[in-house]
Design a protein around this ligand. Sequence first.
Ligand code: ADP
Ligand code: GLC
Length: 517
Amino acid sequence: MRIVHAASEVVGFAKTGGLADVAGSLPRALARRGHDCAVVLPLYRSVRHGKQPIAPTEHVLSIPVGNRYVPGRLWRSQLPDSNVPVWLIEQSEYFERDDPAQGRSFYQFSMASGQKLDYPDNCERFVFFSRAVLEALRLLDWWPDVLHSHDWQTALTPVYLQEVYRHHPNIILRQRYEQIRSVFTIHNIAYQGLFRAADLMLTGLDWRLFNHRQLEFYGQLNFLKSGIVFADRITTVSPRYAEEIQTPYFGNGLQGVLSERRDRLSGIVNGVDYDAWNPATDSLLAANYDDETVAVGKAACKAALQKRYGLPEEPRTPILGMVARLVEQKGLDLTVKAADALLNLGAASGNQAPWHVQLIVLGEGDPVYHRMLQELRERYPDRIGLTLGFDETLAHQIEAGADIFLMPSLFEPSGLNQLYSLKYGTVPVVRACGGLYDTIADCTPEALARGEATGFRFVAYTSAALLVAVQRALELYRQRPDQWLQLMRNGMRKDWSWNRSAGEYEQVYQAVVRAEA
Ligand code: ADP
Ligand code: GLC
């Protein structure tokens, strides 16, 4: 099959979170399974100055946005180590403003106070991008069976396909567009792309669509909802999350529309790119190791990490690691609230000699969490390592050097870090929701005996429940090193490769290609 992916992030080019990992890895995995894939991405500043070579093409765009035509150009690159083309949409005013040093990301900028705000023209930026994706197909004369779009930034593509391009005045082109089926993936329902009603003018879409069963959401224009309503098939990034988002607690107001379309909704857990995330070959680590050599290898990575942060280099001091966007979703309030008790778990261990716990956090996001974590580090300078920023090398080193990986998420559509952690022998402690529920098997004595346990789960979103889970983990870590080793190995031997997930996407594509639009 021929599949084009439209996304606002692709790893190797532009990344803020897991979406980039998916948009970079899934097309490659599909290509390895024999499909013809391409990816479309905005040409951001970081792409222009990034490591991947890019080249201009002769194809120019002119995209209607509101009452004007906005020019653009197609550039070309490739996913690293593959033949998968990446088509870059150049529109420098919209897309080349990102600059981490100035606090400007792909979607937001920072105020002097540190507060982050969405760019005021996000609506028109991603209207432009979504239409440009459909125009690019015509310019390239590259007609896919499936147009697979990701998250709110590209959620209007199924709407344009249905409302505009399947009615193209040119009959040949109309037939081409009519053949394309749309698949839309929700990576995170908390980000919907909500804009003022008047912004509908920017889309060029008919006001008839602005009703509560289609594009409208409590008086506003909602991109994500539009994608959900118009796509031929909807997927999200775990089976559990597919269920959760049909309930008021997780649905963020879209539970109704999702329940109505549940016959077209499915959940597929993300995979891991083991070319990039494998401790046996990872060139960013102090030592390489596999499931046989993990004890020695991890000890070396752990010592290097302690040294990097100036923490006491004690081999038996457990390190809790965290790598996350610092936003409400990631359970930072729980972590900070539990921190005093957590860091002192070893102080109250009865007649044993007291021991310590170290915590290492890498992340970037909401200034509230930056301050909370900084304050914590000031109180425990010899137990906490903190990096506020985006650092891919460090992300790998923390995965390898930590003993335990914390993901106490309020919600977690799929999560990739727990899967990286499994491969790196870093035992995840997770809140049992979304993809964390689907991928981590709790370490009960029975599950451990059966060789199935891979981590520790808790249910209630409270710091007390988090603490109990960490306590359970540390008891095993301290008292039963043999069982701990077994637990690490169970996780390391699991196969969460993209090939498995790509096979599931293939089934979705096959079903939608067979079905009538
Ligand atoms: P989400 O997509 O919600 O951020 P995931 O677990 O799916 O969560 O993916 C997060 C991805 O982003 C992982 O690849 C993780 O290593 C990476 N990441 C998050 N924050 C940082 C950071 N500050 N520095 C480097 N990598 C980060
Ligand atoms: C979102 C989710 C995360 C998921 C990622 C990629 O950012 O928060 O759970 O893994 O998308 O699908």
